[in-house]
Design a binder for this molecule. Sequence first.
Ligand code: MUC
Length: 96
Amino acid sequence: MLFHVRMDVNIPRDLPQAEAGEIIAREKAYSQELQRSGKWRHIWRIAGEYANYSIFDVKDNEELHAILTGLPLFKFMTIKVTPLLRHPSSIRDDDT
Ligand SMILES: O=C(O)C[C@H]1C=CC(=O)O1
């Protein structure tokens, strides 16, 4: 199942810089591992914002929930999920 996910990150200003850096490094490793597995298909930075648009390709809602709640930055994020399905006019083979 494909999901479009918007993640907005809001790290509190009073979080020590070293702690924030450590969480961001863990987030990057977590994200890149999921990208290598094919579950996190795409990630784009939203210009001018500490936010991204991502596409996930997972088995079901439960798997997506587990992935998102496992994000090291999860507690500092606002996340919006939109389920996707193939458009009948699509000419792309990888839209499902
Ligand atoms: O920077 C972000 O958009 C937040 C988060 C998502 C992946 C990652 O490495 O960081």
